[in-house]
Design a protein around this ligand. Structure first.
Ligand code: CA
Length: 237
């Protein structure tokens, strides 16, 4: 696995340690010590494959950077791992709301961080593979015929509206990842849509009912959004 990791961290010692270890694992790196620098380096070609983002920076909060990266046309798809200090009352809800993919609490082991980086990059790679071969999307008993806009559950057709179909496709291409209501609104409804996050809840509920047994793969993360559970053994209900 290779790629370019953008390290955003103002503590120079930690930045150096991260830089050293990430390079040793075969990645390229860029380091930013301030928020302004982070936004600049995140937009530079080649774009980073992942951003490690410290929350407490001298000029700007990591949350604000996260938000801006998510809005930027170049950077919106780049996975972000937030680095937070122990005791910093930034909970995971806020991190996920602004679009972070994961977070790690300091002090963390570099080994654990590397595992998380690799896990996220692997997931992103898989998504790209699916985008390149987009005719059929399969998940256990569910099959989506993408050009035909048809969904079958154990070979039985499920009738979905165009919007429900897009919602399901979005979930399936991002299995295991937290999808905030805002992200879903943006990606499924389109950024200009004049709807509230409550609309997302209504449609997810409807989709879940239509999917019958497969509906239980959709996990509700209260106050955050939804996640399509990756493995059948995680399915409860
Ligand atoms: Ca800091």
């Amino acid at each position: 696995m290779s790629g370019l990791i953008l390290i955003v961290e103002d503590e120079q010692d930690l930045a150096k340690t991260l830089d050293y270890n990430i390079r040793r694992d075969g990645f390229e790196t860029r380091c930013a010590l301030t928020g302004a620098e982070a936004l600049e380096l995140a937009n530079q070609e080649p774009l980073p494959s992942l951003v490690l983002l410290d929350l407490m920076l001298p000029d700007m909060s990591g949350i604000e950077i996260c938000r801006q990266l998510r809005m930027g046309p170049n950077t919106r798809g780049i996975p972000i791992i937030i680095l937070t200090a122990k005791g910093e009352e930034i909970d995971r809800v806020v991190g996920f709301e602004v679009g972070a993919d994961d977070y790690v609490v300091k002090p963390f082991s570099v080994r654990e961080l590397m595992l998380r980086i690799r896990a996220i990059l692997r997931r992103t790679d898989n998504d790209q593979v699916q985008e390149e071969a987009p005719d059929l999307l399969q998940f256990n008993e569910l099959t989506l015929d993408l050009p035909g806009h048809r969904v079958t559950l154990n070979d039985e057709e499920i009738r979905l509206t165009a919007l429900e179909f897009r919602l399901l496709r979005t979930f399936l291409t991002r299995k295991g990842r937290v999808q905030t209501r805002e992200a879903l609104l943006n990606d499924v409804w389109g950024i200009k849509a004049d709807v509230t996050t409550r609309t997302v809840d209504t449609h997810v509920k409807r989709l879940r009912e239509k999917l019958k047994t497969a509906g239980s793969y959709i996990e509700t993360l209260r106050g955050v959004g939804y996640r399509w559970k990756e493995k059948p053994d995680e399915v409860e209900e």
